[in-house]
Write a protein that binds this ligand. Sequence first.
Ligand code: 0X9
Ligand code: ZN
Length: 556
Amino acid sequence: MWKSIIMCWILLSYSYANNHFYKGHELVRVVPKTNEHLQLIRYFEDSLGVDRWSEVLQLNRDIKMSLPQAQASKIKKLCKQYGIDVTVLNNDLDGLIKKSDDISKQHKIRTRRSTKDKNSYHLTDYLTYQQIVKFLDEQHKRSPSLQNFTSVFSIGNTYENRSIWTIRIGKPSARRNILMDCGIHAREFISPSTCLYMIDKFIDEVNNRRPSILSIFNIYIIPLLNPDGYQYAQTQRRMWRKNRSPNNYYYGAYSNCIGVDLNRNFGYHWMENGASANPCSETYAGPKPDSESETQNLQKLISQSSRNWDAYLTFHSYGQYWIYPWGFASYMPDDYIELKNKAEIGSEALKRVNGTSYKIGSAANLLYESAGGSDDWAKGVGQIKYVYTVELRPSDDLNDAHAHFAFMLPSTFIEPVGQETYVGVKEFLRSLITSRRQKSLSKNNYKTEKYPTKYQVFGIDQHLNISTRYQSINIDNIKIKSISSISTDKFFQCDVTDRTKLHQIIQEQKIEIIIHLAALLANYADIDKISHVNIDEPKNIFEARTMLVNTLFFLN
Ligand code: 0X9
Ligand code: ZN
């Protein structure tokens, strides 16, 4: 009795901690009609703490975003000023989180009553990190006589020192390897639960001595790549996306904001598109490519030369997309037809289970351009041929009955999503066996691009009253007098490899703020370290503003 009262109290206080933060956050829908609208939305994301929930960022498409309470009226005013209609879908994100939690709690009570099967606890609840560790151990021990079919190991630790556990399932003689990961983004709870579902089912196959796929492939599954972020999302902030590494020393400037978006941190065309240099942004790419231990650990596993990977699948949510590279730019990999065909095979099989439809396409074309994803790295650097990001349920079509749950799918969905995804993935794997093995990208095809040396150097913006530390780059501290106050005559062209010239310009023009690359060059002699290029002329005032605010540096 007392035990249950204490449990209830713990549960209640957890939900309180989680929900409290989102009180008054508004969930809105906008439809950008012009490129200027798109830029304005990017600016909201990068500089006003707006969290875009919709995968797609394209003209004339619905975009769902959550607005922090403090900025909501300002953002809505700007939208009005620039002719963007705003529909408020929900004026309290708290309420939405609570609704999903309530459904999950009911589900837990119902399933606990209806089943005595101890092994299915991963279907009733989104497990904690500790429970996932225990689950892997139990799965490994499930059939002692077949124990060499599985092994559990850590690929390394996270910033907060948690092990990133991995399970290998397959006949020891299997020569080909498949890699899957889940939970790169903390708040996408349906992703780790789907990996756990698949682990359970693959091990069932081993036990039933039906290991046809598993005699050809060793399947490596990392059910939770970002355990620090996940734990934080489960206990503190349900919408947390990044990892938990602090950004308190950022090339000489400080930020109190925590976390790097791991899916912007991978060092292939890093920061070229759709990623932020602002540590407070949800899509902060990190201080440099591959800076995060979670990123490095995954890369180490992929790069182990003894392993020959046929495919890499990374599971996210939401939107129901089966996506192939590239994300950094909208052109296609040479072999995209093969990637597309196999995605079709997988998603058609998936659909046959519960009728769930997936859209297929390249990340940049189907969603938006964004660089630094694990998928692009796995293909571009890791040389894996079949690489996919699978965005699980719900759909992002607002007409879909479950779309409103977004990242907060109640636990009632764990089983159907796991079931259909498992079938889709298995069919996809079968298709790899039947098709003739393609030669993977030869190492020589991988070109290391030469970094251009011409960059924009921004002049001082009289309208920015900026204090001396990065941590104060909070839009309210910056005190923008007018958003349209930056004009292009304040930009100076300069070859930043010419450091004497750079400093001369800086002194002559009294430049105090320069963009990322130039600042890096000012601080670092080693030019090879610089892989971030963002050399486009800002197309309009929003892009200029966003680039400026996101890439501020101060020369002392
Ligand atoms: O933006 C992302 O990282 C992924 N969507 S999510 O809503 N789960 O955050 C999509 C990644 C697609 N791949 C690349 N852009 N490389
Ligand atoms: Zn994601």
